[in-house]
Write a protein that binds this ligand. Structure first.
Ligand SMILES: [Zn+2]
Ligand SMILES: [Zn+2]
Length: 164
């Protein structure tokens, strides 16, 4: 919450070079199955939530913009490639997965369903495994040091003790 009791949302890209902050209620959250969104996100569909541009601030770095058409721009981190925005004449939407806590931003509508991939609806019925269930990965996982920006704002980043 901000001082005047508006909800505050924050997020950014995987490497932390670009961070954003949204004050005020978010708009409708959606997924878009269109082919352009599949490409822009490198994924089955694009999870996006519209935001009031007046309440949006880029608190670290600047997104790069790819013009995917004459009317639409796709914002992303130029350093790590995380998709961040969909920007059209009628407003801007942010990638839900880029928020520090996407768990409360549930989609309420699907767009572009004519391009929906044929297996998308059955993904949730596939067998599932917890990361730590894979015994062969235990040694690998024990050696991993994450360079991903944490899910909160930071004073400085990368952290000083990070060595790449
Ligand atoms: Zn980045
Ligand atoms: Zn789309």
């Amino acid at each position: 919450m901000s001082l005047d009791n508006k909800p505050v949302w924050a997020g950014g890209c995987q490497c932390g070079a670009v961070r954003f902050r949204v004050e005020g209620a978010l708009g409708d959250a959606s997924v878009c199955h269109c082919r352009m969104c599949q490409k822009a996100f490198g994924s089955f569909y694009a999870p996006l939530v519209s935001v009031d541009e007046a309440g949006l601030r880029w608190t670290r770095g600047e997104r790069k913009l790819f013009r995917s058409s004459n009317l639409v721009g796709r914002g992303f981190c130029g350093d790590c490639g995380t998709p961040l925005t969909y920007e059209a004449p009628d407003g801007i939407a942010l990638a839900i997965g880029a928020f520090d806590d996407p768990s409360g931003i549930a989609p309420v509508i699907q767009f572009g369903i004519e391009a929906k991939l044929p297996y998308v609806d059955t993904v949730c019925t596939l067998p599932g495994r917890d990361t730590m269930e894979d015994e062969q990965a235990v040694e690998f996982l024990a050696r991993i040091v994450s360079f991903q920006h944490p899910d909160h704002d930071t004073e400085t980043w990368p952290a000083k003790d990070t060595t790449i």
